[in-house]
Design a protein around this ligand. Structure first.
Ligand code: KMH
Ligand code: ZN
Length: 279
């Protein structure tokens, strides 16, 4: 079994400082957070950024500042969000790709998201996917519902691969979408092609059930304040690294040490793909 890749979704677009005082929002705070998470066992950082008022933004220059602060401090893999926040346009959401990050998230389908709808129609998905191919950015397919796997596979069939393997992230427990029951994760993992790599995250109370199921199945895990702000029921985590440390500790007890960022790059075969390559 490969080493465990822990991804930290440390900022998100929906979590507020009021709800989680430890939420990193400035570029320097995000850089320091990523470095502490890396020390605690994380290999990847799923990056959202905030403007001066701590509101979510997809502005390229705000991403650039956060990436610079992360890079000053750590070698963690940076995966920029193309999901952004509810109601953003496709053009806004695409901006961080201009910085040619190592990876970026790509949701392949529309999903109910609490009281809102996270909009990703066929035209948007195709455009995002092809833009990632052109820039040599590895997509992480963010799957909230089962049919989104089929949509991702259709993109690969139509436009060609965007890397030597497919990497998936199952996001379970968003109100309005698939829950984090073990049987749901097992069903999704069963449907992705042989040779894929995958991670998963449980939203809110689903954090630990999804994490433990993933460890049992030999998958990877994502966690952090985008997805869950609590260490225990009613007890806020002090920082993202505290959540990383707990999962790293449990995994070690199961003889599954954490991958370093470079080990994760090898497992995911990052870098084995040139910009503009397809087919
Ligand atoms: N903020 C959510 C609406 C992503 O990063 O790609 C979407 C999201 C997905 O966070
Ligand atoms: Zn996100």
């Amino acid at each position: 079994m490969d080493k465990l890749i822990i991804t930290v979704a440390g900022v998100g677009a929906e979590t507020t400082k009021e709800a989680q005082p430890g939420l990193p929002v400035t570029a320097a705070e995000i850089g320091a957070d990523a470095a502490r998470c890396r020390e605690a066992g994380a290999a990847m950082y799923h990056l959202h950024v905030r403007d001066a008022d701590a509101n979510p933004t997809q502005a390229r220059e705000v991403f650039a500042a956060a990436i610079e602060e992360i890079r000053k401090r750590t070698d963690i893999i940076i995966q920029t969000s193309t999901g952004g926040a509810m109601g953003m346009t496709a053009d806004e959401r695409l901006q961080p790709l201009e910085l040619a990050p190592e990876m970026a998230s790509l949701t392949t389908g529309t999903a109910n998201f609490g009281e809102d709808v996270f909009f990703n129609d066929a035209a948007l998905m195709s455009e995002f996917y092809q833009r990632m191919q052109a820039k040599g950015v590895r997509p992480e397919f963010e799957i909230f519902e089962a049919g989104q796997i089929d949509n991702a596979l259709k993109l690969v069939k139509k436009y060609g691969p965007a890397g030597p393997l497919l990497h998936w992230d199952f996001v379970l427990g968003v109100p309005g979408s698939m829950s984090g029951e073990p049987r749901n994760l097992m069903f999704l993992v069963d449907r992705i092609p042989e040779g894929s790599t995958w991670t998963c995250t449980g939203i809110g109370r689903w954090h630990m059930p999804v994490t433990m199921t993933a460890l049992a199945l030999g998958g990877n895990v994502r966690l952090g304040f985008e997805d869950n702000i609590f260490l225990h029921k009613g007890v806020l985590a002090k920082e993202n690294a505290e959540l990383v440390g707990r999962v790293a500790r449990i995994a070690r007890e199961w003889d599954r040490p954490c991958a370093t960022p470079d080990e994760a790059r090898q497992i995911l075969k990052l870098g084995e793909y040139a910009a503009g390559q397809s087919g």
